[in-house]
Design a binder for this molecule. Structure first.
Ligand code: ADP
Ligand code: MG
Length: 713
């Protein structure tokens, strides 16, 4: 057996279904299995039979469904499923409230594993809302231990066809082979010693078959550190590398910049001015800027982008006295790209600068030949030609910007809006194409915790735009419980009458398929729009928007909303990013408990666009005090960063939006909660790069970095 051995070689008895199931959870080789960590640990304490259970016990029970039917609780007419579970020791009732469909999913005679908490009714215990999993393998090994000390065992996330027990057995087999003796630890021993972390071999054993809980914790800590450490080394290395390559040195006078700033219909905030200056100073250096501009929604990032773009396009390419250096500005969605395009046209009016737009569906050029105040549609071929020969100095677009066929003449500046929506490598791709590295500005309104920023954006310098334009009133935020719904609608009607507009955000697009009974019961865009039209605001125009519409449809909807034809826009969270309609001053968020605080804050940012009083109504049907309290943080937190920290602590790293893009595992995300660990990993990474930038002394680290780089693709 070797690390690279195919799984079906090591376990010749697995069938195709299992093989496919393993593939689904990323297991193809021995090594993958070894790095498939338990999602949690269980204790033989929790394994129970139907006898000897008492109220409050958290149990796991292997039992047969003796009887099962859908019923209604007589007092409140709550639909539910009632069952009787049977094992060798006796019987135990189970109840699933509000889940009558379970009666159809589990039939009499089925054998399953149930896990849940024991409740009591009339002094008799029953299992309340247990999770279940149909299975035929009883973990006999576990029962054999009867009478012995209780012990912990790993639970793995399962995939249809492979059970946690199977994974446990397979990993045991690997651990018992000689394979671990060959394993080399990529983390230098001094570091492990310094922070009291187990060696790789020990950690692998401890994570899969810990003798005690502290072993499992220690192992987890090691792997968490390892993941953050390698990302940090990679980022520090990239940062060093970038400094070795030539870029575009640009120097502008204050007066030149001032002439451009005069074009804005507002006075820049101090924070905007500072950010602009920092960037202009970066432009004067010998290597490319890599900077992250973090600013809450509405803090005015576009003006910073535009001013610094002006510095670039008003500069002539090296050794030439004609033409302009070029700017590429990438946005995550078509809607946003078009809005940015319009803003840029406004800011660059009379500047005699051509601005192009490229999305997957259309291309535009400003100004048009016929009307110098307007843009015109042009063909992609034509646009690409003008970009390539330098006639279009500013190109704004979506992902289409980074396609192979887009070539610039003198690309000197790349701006990426809403950075977190793009993978790290996409950001690098766009800057990598050229011999001379363009300056890079990443902008984000997504408040992310500092530990996470230090890790994933470790190669970027950070600037905060932490001041809102003057005159903005803070959004009045209310947490609306069901009994206050009607009066809230009346409050909203008052504002609609004054001509303001309203967003209604729902968690899903369609009503759930009635056949899919596990579907979430939350409001859908389509049904809610119908209801609002018929029952709540029949006198107003209502439109909908969601991700399944074509760009053209979205465009039309957005236009009508922008020019006020539509009063109410019912949408999913697609409008989250960057949409800018100043007259829309109200937002209702339905099913708010489904969103993270930072995401709610983002959504609320949609109405922070003007000097009218804005309102955010956070609707929650939750009866849990904890949930309501969590939502109340929206009223008290000073800014988005504070909220993101709260998300991290209250709901865990999994709730941070954009998690998938970051390519960090669940274990790594745990480390993100721990500022000390992140700082330590960063210090050690910096140390290594400072000492040996090419990693000549650390071949194992170099090898690992290559893996990580492909992983972030
Ligand atoms: P974001 O940081 O969310 O991208 P935008 O750049 O879209 O914010 O700006 C939000 C709104 O604020 C826009 O309508 C813009 O014209 C306006 N704005 C930007 N800077 C200022 C300022 N200094 N004073 C007043 N309004 C401003
Ligand atoms: Mg923006």
């Amino acid at each position: 057996m070797e690390f690279e051995s195919k799984i079906e070689k090591v376990f010749p008895r697995i069938n195709d279904v299992q093989k496919k199931a393993l593939g689904k959870i990323g297991i193809k080789k021995t090594e993958d299995l070894l790095y498939y960590f338990p999602s949690r640990y269980s204790n033989t304490d929790e394994l129970k039979n139907t006898k000897n259970v008492k109220k409050g016990d958290k149990i796991i029970l292997y039992a047969k469904v003796k009887r099962i039917k859908a019923t209604k609780a007589y007092y409140k007419k709550i639909p539910m499923t009632e069952a009787t579970l049977e094992d060798s020791e006796g019987i135990l009732p189970a109840v699933w409230f509000r889940q009558p469909y379970i009666s159809k999913m589990l039939s009499e005679g089925t054998f399953a594993k149930f896990s849940g908490t024991i409740s009591e009714r009339n002094g008799r215990p029953y299992l309340a809302n247990p999770e279940y999993e149909i299975t035929n393998d009883i973990p006999t090994g576990l029962f054999k231990n009867k009478g012995g000390d209780n012990f912990i065992y790993p639970i793995y996330s399962e995939s249809k066809g492979v059970s946690s027990q199977w994974i446990q057995y397979a990993i045991k087999k690997i651990l018992n082979s000689k394979i671990l003796d060959e394993i080399k630890d990529p983390i230098p021993e001094e570091i492990l010693k310094k922070y009291n972390l187990p060696k790789l071999k020990t950690a692998l054993i401890w994570i899969h078959s810990p003798k005690k809980e502290s072993d499992a914790l220690s192992a987890k800590k090691r792997f968490a550190f390892e993941e953050i450490f390698f990302i940090q080394v990679l980022r520090q290395k990239q940062k060093q590398e970038a400094k070795q390559k030539p870029s575009f040195k640009i120097k502008k006078t204050k007066t030149e910049i001032k002439t451009f700033i005069k074009n804005f219909p507002f006075k820049l905030t101090l924070s905007q001015e500072k950010s602009i200056n920092t960037i202009l100073e970066d432009f004067e250096k010998n290597y490319a800027m890599s900077r992250l501009l973090e600013g809450d929604v509405g803090s005015g990032k576009t003006a910073v982008a535009a001013t610094t773009s002006y510095a670039i396009v008003s500069t002539k390419p090296n050794g030439s006295n004609v033409g302009n250096l070029q700017v590429a500005y990438m946005a995550p969605t078509e809607i946003l790209a078009k809005q940015l395009y319009d803003s840029f046209i406004q800011y660059f009016e009379n500047m005699n600068i051509n601005i192009g737009l490229i999305t997957s569906k259309s291309c535009r050029k400003f100004p048009s030949k016929i009307n110098p105040k307007e843009w015109t549609d042009i063909s992609k071929t034509q646009l690409l030609k003008w970009v390539e020969n330098g006639e279009i100095p500013i190109l704004i677009g979506t992902h289409s910007l980074i396609q192979k066929n887009v070539a610039f003449k003198d690309l000197a500046y790349v701006i990426i809006d809403e950075q977190h929506k793009f993978g790290t490598n996409q950001r690098r791709d766009i800057t990598k194409k050229n011999e001379r590295i363009p300056h890079l500005l990443s902008m984000t309104a997504t408040p992310i915790p500092r530990t996470l920023a230090l890790t994933i954006y470790g190669d970027l310098d950070l600037t905060l735009l932490d001041e809102m334009p003057k005159g903005r009133k803070p959004v009045t935020t209310e947490i609306i419980t069901p009994e206050k719904r009607d009066e809230t609608y009346e409050e909203i009607r008052n504002e609609l009458e004054k001509g303001r507009q309203l967003y209604v955000i729902c968690p899903r697009i369609d009503e759930p398929d009635p056949k899919k009974e596990f579907a979430l019961r939350v409001k859908s865009v389509k049904a809610e729009a119908e209801k609002i039209k018929k029952q709540i605001f029949p006198e107003y125009n209502i439109d909908i928007m969601h991700s399944k519409m074509t760009p053209k449809e979205k465009d039309t909807v957005m236009k009508k909303f922008e020019n006020g034809e539509t009063n109410i826009l019912v949408s999913t969270s697609v409008i989250e990013v960057g949409v800018n309609v100043p007259n829309a001053t109200m937002i209702i968020i339905e099913g708010a408990d489904r969103f993270g605080l930072a995401q709610l804050h983002q959504l609320r940012g949609r109405v922070l666009r003007s000097n009218h009083q804005a309102y955010c109504f956070v609707f929650s049907d939750s009866k849990s005090e904890q949930t309501i309290n969590r939502l109340k943080a929206l009223k008290t937190a000073k800014n988005g960063f504070e909220l993101s920290e709260q998300d991290l602590m209250l709901r865990g790293a999994g709730e941070l939006s954009g998690k998938k893009q970051w390519g960090i595992s669940d274990i790594g995300m745990e480390a993100i909660k721990n500022i000390k660990m992140v700082e330590v990993a960063r210090t050690e990474a910096l140390e290594i790069i400072r000492e040996d930038f090419e990693l000549k002394k650390y071949p194992l680290i170099a090898e690992r970095l290559e893996d990580i780089e492909t992983h972030f693709e």
